[in-house]
Design a protein around this ligand. Structure first.
Ligand code: NAD
Length: 318
């Protein structure tokens, strides 16, 4: 990305946006990154640079910001996530699909580069469970997964038909300490840290053996930056790249936390999110991302747990 580029982030107040905004501002300068969301900013992180309200459903409002600030790149993060999507399928369809189409249309008109995250939710019960490959059966059973699958095809279509430089990653469950997760099936892997430190116990909404692919936010943000910086001819996949870093079950995570907090106790009370988790692969193969643009994860389960506990304890003490 050239130094004089201007970045628009849509959905900047969410779990990824909170950290991606800071990383992009550190890299490209505060004034080069315009953070936007449906919601008012309440965090000093997001106030530390341009921030405005924007609804991704309003295409004209996106166009106005793009024109006014000479935006060159959009990071489109606004979405309804897996567990929330099952409660309001038509709302999830409309935000996830029409929002993406608005962004792609604006990118087509103004010649913008786009980052849009997909998800391992594109996979379903008929996909391979272990080391699920880049190209395989994708028959998702959640409305969220269906929107991610259709969204990937839409990105590829806009690239093929109109030359839009859109890039995407199939993120696994993301773990972070800055912002709370936004209604996904892997939210337990964030909530557990706060409850472990505050109360010494946690009741998990998935069964103890439910292994899922996961990634620490530092790796997730770095992956987005690396994919966006690579020359366009190295981005061979214009649907979305498989990436991953680790796979673990709630039982594995509780055991890793117990190494730091020996009195921590985990209880299990599976709810409707169990069905969603059961439909997803347990691990993801990411050889194509590694060979095309060099993806390598840095954090494993134990490094992630140590870092999460350190930061959440520090924030609680402030
Ligand atoms: N967090 C994860 O574990 C994970 C995993 C895979 C993929 N993803 C994808 O990454 C993207 C970002 O995820 P996240 O976890 O940060 O989500 P999040 O729910 O934490 O944040 C989404 C943000 O979008 C905003 N938003 C919602 N509707 C909007 C609208 N109409 N206009 C503008 N903003 C709107 C919300 O206010 C929120 O701040 C999504 O596409 C999601 O599907 C996330």
């Amino acid at each position: 990305m050239a130094k004089n580029e201007v970045i628009l982030i849509i959905g900047a107040k969410g779990q990824i946006g909170t950290e991606l905004t800071v990383a992009l501002r550190n890299k490209y300068g505060k004034d080069a990154v315009i953070a936007t969301d449906l919601l008012e900013p309440n965090s000093s992180l997001l106030k530390d640079g341009p921030y405005m309200m924007l609804n991704v459903m309003e295409k004209l409002a996106i166009e106005n910001i793009v024109t006014r600030y000479k935006v060159t790149t959009i990071y489109h993060l606004a979405a309804v996530l897996s567990a929330s999507g099952e409660k309001k399928p038509s709302h999830a369809w409309s935000i996830n699909m029409l929002g993406l189409m608005n962004v792609l249309d604006v990118a087509k008109i103004f010649g913008l580069k786009v980052f849009w995250p997909s998800s391992i939710a594109v996979f379903g019960p008929t996909s391979p469970k272990i080391l699920c490959p880049q190209h395989t059966v994708t028959e998702p059973t959640t409305v969220y997964g269906i929107t991610k699958f259709a969204g990937e095809q839409l990105c590829n279509y806009y690239h093929e038909q109109y030359g839009v430089d859109v890039r995407s990653l199939r993120y696994p469950g993301l773990i972070s300490y800055t912002a709370k997760p936004g209604g996904g099936t892997t939210d337990y892997a964030v909530d557990i840290f706060h409850q472990a430190l505050e109360k010494g116990n946690y009741t998990c909404f998935l069964k103890e053996e439910t292994t899922l692919p996961m990634m620490y936010m530092a790796d997730a943000v770095r992956a987005a930056l690396e994919l966006m910086e690579v020359p366009a001819d190295r981005v061979k996949i214009r649907t979305a790249y498989n990436i991953s870093a680790m796979s673990f079950s709630p039982k594995n995570l509780a055991a890793a936390i117990n190494k730091h907090l020996p009195d921590f106790i985990m209880h299990y009370k599976p709810d409707e999110r169990q069905k969603i988790a059961d439909s997803w692969p347990r691990s993801i193969e990411f050889i194509t991302a590694t060979s095309d643009w060099g993806w390598q994860p840095q954090y494993d389960l134990h490094e992630m747990v140590a870092d999460m506990l350190k930061h959440i304890s520090k924030n609680a003490a402030c």
